[in-house]
Design a protein around this ligand. Sequence first.
Ligand code: UDP
Ligand code: MN
Length: 531
Amino acid sequence: MQIDIRKAQKKSMFIDDNIDNYFGYLGRSVLVNHSLLSANEKLKFQEGWTKHGFNQYVSDLIPVQRRLPDFRLPACVEQIYPNNLPTASVVIPFHNEALSTLLRTVHSILDNSPPHLLREIVLVDDCSELEINFDLESILSKMPLVKLIKTSTWTGLVGARLTGYDVTSSDVTVFLDSHCEVTTGWLEPILARLKENEKAVVTSAVDVISGDTFEYQPEPLDGFIPVGSFDWNLNYVWNRNYLSRNSTQPVRTATLLGCIIAVSNHFFDTIGRFDAGLSVWGGENLELSFKTWMCGGSVEIIPCSRIGHVFRKYLPYISGQKARDMVKKNLLRVADVWMDDYKFYYHHSINHHLTDIGDTSSMKSLRQALKCSSFQDYLQRLQPLIFIPAFCIWSGQIENHQVRLCIDTDSNNLQIDQVNINVRGCADEDPSQLWFMCERGEIRNHRGCWANYRRSDVILKPCSIRGSASQIWQYREDKSLFHSRTRKCLELTDRNRVVLSTCQLGARQVWTWSRRPAFGPIPPWRSHSYG
Ligand code: UDP
Ligand code: MN
C-alpha cells in the first residue's frame, strides 16, 4: 500500500478502539511515496535517515502507542506462570534517539507488562545532543513508573546502561534499546526462566522492525529459531537451530545481540556486570555471552517472549575510521580478557593492527577469582564446529598483479546465498578483504566459500561440509587461481569484474596472497579447518 502523505489525514496519536486503520496498525508497513513529498518534506525525510539510520519520517507517522498482534506460538499462549515471579526494572539508554521510537518503546512496555511485575522503566539520556524540540521530561512525567536520568558526559551504551542499573530496585533487569516494541506476554516467560535459573542470561525471540517501513516482521519460528554465534572478526553471526512448534523451552545460544538482555541482578553483579571499559558501542554482547558461559551461567533465548527491534542501516552517531577504531578497541579488550590464545585469530583478522586497549586487569582478576573455565571449553560446548584458520595454507588479501586491486565482498550482507565477489582498492585492515585458502582447496572467509555460478561468475556460498567440487580451487605455481570443476582461471576483466575465464597466463590472471594464515590454537577435537 502506498500512501500519499499530502492526502492522508493526520491520524490520532493514541489507541482508540474505533480507529483501526492508522499508519502501522498491527505492525503493518508504511510506505511513503517519496516523489509526492514537497521539497520541505523531502528534506525532513532525508534528515530523519541521516540522524537515525532508520526512517524517522515513517516512525513519526505511526502512533507512539500502536497495537500489535499476539505473535506467540500456541503453546506459549497456554503457558501458566507461577504467582511469585521476581519483579523487573527495564533500563533503556539512549543517545540522540527519535522521540517517536523512544515513546513507542515505553508505551509498549506499559501496555504489555503486568503491573505487579514491572517495578520501573529507567530511561538514561546519554548526553543526547540533537536539538530536541519537545519536552521529554514533561511527557514522561505523566507516565507511571517512568524515571528519566541523564549522564553527565557521553558515556556510551555500556556506561549508560550501568548508570541506569545503579538506580533500579528490583530483582531482575531488562536492558532494552530505545527503539523496540515488546508484545503481549513478553515479560512473564523471561521472569519465570530467571526465577528457575538465576544464572541464566536471556533474550527474547528478536523480531525485526524494518528500519525502512516499520513493519513488525515476526520470526516464523516454524521449526527453526535463529540463534547467535560469532566469527573470528568477532562479528555477531546468525545460525538456525531446531525448535519444535510446541516448545516453550529456552534455547541455548552461544552469543546474544545487545538490544534485548534480561538478567538477575545478583548474577549480573557476580560476573562483574559489563566491562565498564567498553566505550560508545560494540563488544558488550560478546563480553556478556562469553563470560556468562565461562563463569557458570548459560545464555538463552526465550521463544515465548517476542520483542521487535528496529535494525538500523548504519550507526548515526559515530562513523568512519573513528567508529572502526572504537569497535576494534572494545573487541580487543573482550578478546584479551576472555579468549585466551584464541584471541590470535582476531588479531590476525585485523592484521595485527593492535591498539591501546586500556587496563583490563580488574576483569582478568575477576575471571580468576570466579574460576571461570577456558575459552576452549566454551568452544567445545557451544561452537565445536567453528572454522579453524590454523589448518589453512594461504591467507590475507588477494591482490591482482596488473591492477592494484584486492578481492573484496560486501561484508555487511548477512545473507550469504548470493553474494558476489568483486575488487576494491586494497585496504589491509579490512575484514572484507581477508580470505583463506584451506587444506581441501576451498577459498573462504568467515562467512562462506567461493563457488562458480552460471558460466563465469564467482559467488560466496555457504561452505559445503562435504567439499563440493564447485568450491575447490588450486593456487598454482604460476600464481593463477584455478577452478577445478570448470578448469578455468580467475580473471580481472577490463571493467574490473572478477570472472572465470579460459586460462592464459596474463597479468590479469595472476594473483598474490599477502600472508600465511594465523598461527592460532587448534582445538584437540578438530582435525580440519571445517566443521
Ligand atoms: N546508546 C547510548 N549511548 C551511546 C550509544 C548508544 O545510550 O553512546 C544507546 C542507543 O540509543 C540504543 C542502545 O544504546 O538504545 C544501543 O545502540 P544502537 O541501537 O545504536 O545499536 P544497534 O542496535 O544499532 O547495534
Ligand atoms: Mn538498536
